[in-house]
Design a protein around this ligand. Sequence first.
Ligand SMILES: Cc1cc2nc3c(=O)[nH]c(=O)nc-3n(C[C@H](O)[C@H](O)[C@H](O)COP(=O)(O)OP(=O)(O)OC[C@H]3O[C@@H](n4cnc5c(N)ncnc54)[C@H](O)[C@@H]3O)c2cc1C
Length: 464
Amino acid sequence: MPYDLIVIGSGPGGYSAAIRAGQYGLKTVLIEKQAKLGGTCLLVGCIPTKSLLHTADVWQHFVNSEADGIHVENPRLDYPKVKDRKDGIVNKHAKGVEMLLKRAKVERLSGYATLLGGGQVEVRSDAGTQTIEAKNIIVATGSEARMLPGLAPDPEFILTNVEILNLTAVPKSLIVIGAGAVGVEFASIFKRFGTDVTVIEMLPRVVPVEDEDVSKELERVFKKQKIRVETGARAEGIERTGAGVKLTLTTRDGKQEALEAEKLLVAVGRKPNTEKIGLENTRAQLDRGFIKVDAHQQTGEPGLYAIGDVVAGTPQLAHVATREGMIAVAHIAGKAAQPINRNRIPGATYTQPGIGSVGLTEAQARAQGFKVRIGKFPFAGDSRATILGQHDGFIKVVADETYGEILGVHIIGPEAFELIGEAVAAMEAEATVEVMMQTIHAHPTLYEALGEAFNAVYGLSINA
Ligand SMILES: Cc1cc2nc3c(=O)[nH]c(=O)nc-3n(C[C@H](O)[C@H](O)[C@H](O)COP(=O)(O)OP(=O)(O)OC[C@H]3O[C@@H](n4cnc5c(N)ncnc54)[C@H](O)[C@@H]3O)c2cc1C
């Protein structure tokens, strides 16, 4: 009997969509080619990296405990145990996904799915090949690490996010190519575990999608932490040596330099998994490998939807994949759902200091012709930040002078990735800067710095 819905891929997009479809009573089957459920985010992305970042935070507390008046003798990092803890968290949640799917009465098929067109999907596995059919199909096949031309990853020296998460010891030195969220998070993890880290970025600044002031602050703090940062630089001539990797670097001012390190991480972006899934058998259209969709996540073929990292025009983030899944399933089930609003998508980068941002950067707001007012408040003026010993960073509010509309909020500092929640909710509720100035923020907290930043839009912050 045909299904109401076939979902291909069990990442945050696919598994959430399948569960929601089950909740709506749709006869749903989810196909996953890997043994474990959860996709990039759970298995080799968001969750394992944040587990390591948490341990890096805890380790830092021990290393710097003297300042708090706590004497710790010879703290020792047991990296295999750190890895075990990370793997345990991943496995627990992968099982959790399985349980949630079962509870929502979603059927599961193991194997590689290929679209055949006309609502049919072929599923290939060791057990054989079968064809299934549905009124609707959601493609949620995600992405994989892009490699530099002529370079292939290996488990030991030239790494992507997959191999680096399997290391069983902290490397002595690491070169990271690419200073997007993935690159800077790994740089932050391993620097704090004692690795000598160099970050190379071709563009003029680190975290290039963030507000320029945020990029400047992260680069400043990284340099203070003794992470070498080379922006506007090109990595060339990468080769393996006996003990590691050698690379020729052309710096911003054209100088050439040979760099050597034990490991090299390539973090230059993510390639959508849209090849070899049979899209040519459908009317779906592609834009540089990404699938084009309408406001309901529907492709050029009625009944064929795409969500998550494969979609053209939205950032490759887990919460975007999930939201897009909700929109697609609502459309399939005939329920109302707001299309995704690109300006309300929070970004979170878990470096030290962390980054949280939503909406337009200052440069984007000016380019769009807004009469921009900026409110900026440094964490140096926040007493909770002092208590935590984390004074780097600031909150920057980008507002429109005419109506006090909040256009964007950009945070770099302690718990920035949590603090951004207030800004997202404020923007979603269309609260003005004035409303947020009147909102009472508890003291002493990190989020009262947000209240101060909203006040700073009109030159009215108190503590800076
Ligand atoms: C190191 C790293 C850290 C990250 N950290 C964060 C973070 O902190 N926050 C955040 O929001 N995002 C983060 N991301 C991005 C996030 O992981 C992705 O945006 C998210 O996983 C995309 O979800 P998805 O459902 O589109 O696809 P994926 O999670 O990539 O899942 C796709 C699934 O489809 C399966 N599949 C593919 N093709 C087929 C096929 N033909 N048949 C059957 N199955 C198939 C794959 O095996 C996979 O399980 C991170 C990414 C990386 C690499």
